[in-house]
Write a new protein. Sequence first.
Length: 502
Amino acid sequence: MSPAHSTLDPKRWKALIFIALAQLMVVLDGTIVNIALPSAQADLGISDANRQWVITAYALAFGGLLLFGGRVSDMWGRRRAFVIGLIGFALASALGGAAQNEAMMFGSRALQGVFGALLAPASLSLLTVLFTEAKERAKAFGVFGAIAGAGAAVGLLLGGVLTDYMDWRWTFFVNIPFAAVAAVGAILTVNEPESARNRSRLDVPGVLLASLGLVALVYGFGRAEQESWGETFTVASFVASGVLLTLFVFVESRVRSPLLPLRVISDRNRGGAYLSLGLAIIGMFGLFLFLTYYLQIVRGYSPVRTGVAFLPMVAGMIIGSTQIGARLVMRVPPRALMVPGLLVASLGMLILTRLEPDSAYVSVVLPAEILLGLGMGTSFMPAMSLATERILPTDAGVASAMVNVSQQVGGAIGTAALNTVAASATASYAVAHRATATDPQTLEFASMVHGYTSAIWWAFGILVAAAVTAAVLINSKGHGARRAAEGDDVTEEEHAVPVLVH
């Protein structure tokens, strides 16, 4: 056994349990609150015009501060950032569960976003520095990829159960035990390499430009969904975002210790992984958003039954990530998993374009979910690993943050763009068929389903585009992984991440 293998942290697999638990909490929060929103709105007297801020306050803080959170974890140490993020997220969740008015609710959601922006990159970067041997890295990222993909669907189920059988406030309180267990576990099991710390001075201009630019971008997409793409503030947000992010790139190319070293994103394979992930997330919103509406509004499913209906997709993601992706990534290049995985997922999306108001779950929704789960799970695992592979240990936090940025921006684009397509198609169908309609509710449901399928066609195209992006940009051969599979050691230099020395 090589010295590298003998000095690997013996507690790393226990640490993975708590890192995965924290990641599950963050991913769950993206959908669990959506289920509880109608009940919370009624209890707190939040107006229809303001209810979007329950979602937007979190999205703006989380998306805007991700790069900052990633760099802070590089500077402070990932375990410290991880634990602080967990404690802060738990306290913010307690505030949200105890909210007595809309101001408390909006404030708690913004605080959740702040601490989530610290926690999410710290979680992924801990995997990067703890799991440096190729076979183990594949298994660890398989678990992480399964959680990242399936957590949103699990959130729908858990949100439905808590809202239906307990109270909407428990969709916030449930985070507290998650965070407490993960924080205690991290303190007891996580030991990261001291050499992985980045002690450079913080790039304050970069922080301001990146944060404001990302906030403007996320806000622009959110406003486009609520208002219109041509509305003055929407356009102004996009223009401001473009200017700020362009200045950010310019500054990063000039300063001595940049917030985001351009080498992180200029690498062909990492850049391809970020872009493919972002496109895949845009497409995935075509599933979660419209299939949830279809099952609950058109088919009359309860929130709990809707969550149960998503479980086959969750199972598919777990199998795709841990049993297909994690096993085959040792034998084939990442592109050979990502491209077929995304194409299988697009086939599942194609099946969903056949939805009708009376479509049977077993014949349409179920096979689509299985294909989407298997495809996304298989592609997410190598993409996340590739996005943080061969990175300097001092850049692990910010490289991990870029994974979350691609997902967050992808989610914002997916929600705004696909909602716009669906709303337009729904309105056009209703106008065209109003004269021949015999039943207003039948027309309403037919119009809604036509809107959903129109948006799902776009989601199908976006998933195909993600597959093409991976095929064109990603050319990593995976030599280190193949040598590890054959029994040879992978050197520290190949992964550019040091092992832990006691």
